[in-house]
Design a protein around this ligand. Structure first.
Ligand code: PGA
Length: 253
């Protein structure tokens, strides 16, 4: 287990009604072992962020994140939500570059760079997702691909600007498939990512950077994944929709 911050973030994707979302939060609250030291984040749809923050009142062990934000500051972008809007409702994190956004909404590295800029300008912590498709792993181009995803998006920033950055390694073939990367595969890629970050910035920054694993992480495999030296927690999809499962993942450190 690493000495870095431990983080478990739930990516609820496009699921739940408002009452289901609030029930899920209540379920997490009642199952949570309050002695846990992990940073806990839930990322519901935009519409539920404000109501959940109100519902949690002064209980600040659960932080809120969005699943996306606009690359623009403000203006005539119908349907978009800005980083500034998120900050104004006390949302603290934002997932950027999830593979579903890259694949279904054609988000490019140039856009992702702008989204990270907007997030940082507004004091939001970006959870920047990278990861290869199965074909790339089979071709053995997965390391180059992840290197490019990181370099093309992060290289124009200074380490100081990226203090809030969190990276999530999410192999696309593991997302929602029930197939998880082995702990050896996750550890290998996390070490590689830390190496790239160290080359782009410096060793100290790379050493402190939280790198989460995502892709079919569940209560059965979380302990083994989180026991890897360079895995600092998880970005959880399906299993974050069940309070018991999410809490047992949080308690897997
Ligand atoms: P999964 O999703 O846990 O359902 O595989 C992870 C994610 O998409 O962040």
């Amino acid at each position: 287990m690493s000495f870095r911050r431990k983080i478990v973030a739930g990516n609820w994707k496009m699921n739940n009604s408002l009452s289901e979302a609030l029930n899920l939060i209540d379920g997490i609250l009642s199952n949570l072992d309050t002695r846990t030291t992990a940073e806990i984040i839930v990322c519901p749809a935009y519409t539920f962020i404000g109501p959940i923050i109100n519902h949690l009142k002064d209980f600040n062990r659960i932080k809120l994140g969005a699943q996306n934000c606009s690359e623009h500051v403000s203006g005539a972008y119908t349907g978009e939500v800005s980083a500034q809007m998120l900050k104004s409702i006390e949302c603290d994190y934002v997932i950027i570059g999830h593979s579903e956004r890259r694949i279904y909404f054609n988000e490019t590295n140039t856009q992702l760079k702008e989204k990270i800029k907007r997030a940082l300008e507004n004091g939001l912590a970006p959870i920047f997702c990278v990861g290869e498709k199965m074909e790339e792993r089979k071709n053995r181009t997965h390391f180059n691909l992840v290197r490019d995803q990181i370099k093309n998006v992060l290289s124009s920033f200074k380490a100081k600007e990226l203090e809030k950055l969190i990276i999530a390694y999410e192999p696309v073939w593991a997302i929602g498939t029930g197939v998880t990367a082995t702990s050896a595969e996750a550890q290998e890629m996390h070490v590689f990512i830390r190496q790239i970050i160290s080359e782009l910035f410096d060793q100290e920054f790379a050493r402190e950077l939280p790198i989460l694993y995502g892709g079919s992480c569940n209560p059965q495999n979380a302990k083994e994944l989180f026991s890897c030296d360079d895995v600092d927690g998880g970005l959880i999809g399906g299993a974050s929709l069940k309070a018991n499962d999410f809490c047992s993942i949080i308690q897997s450190f």
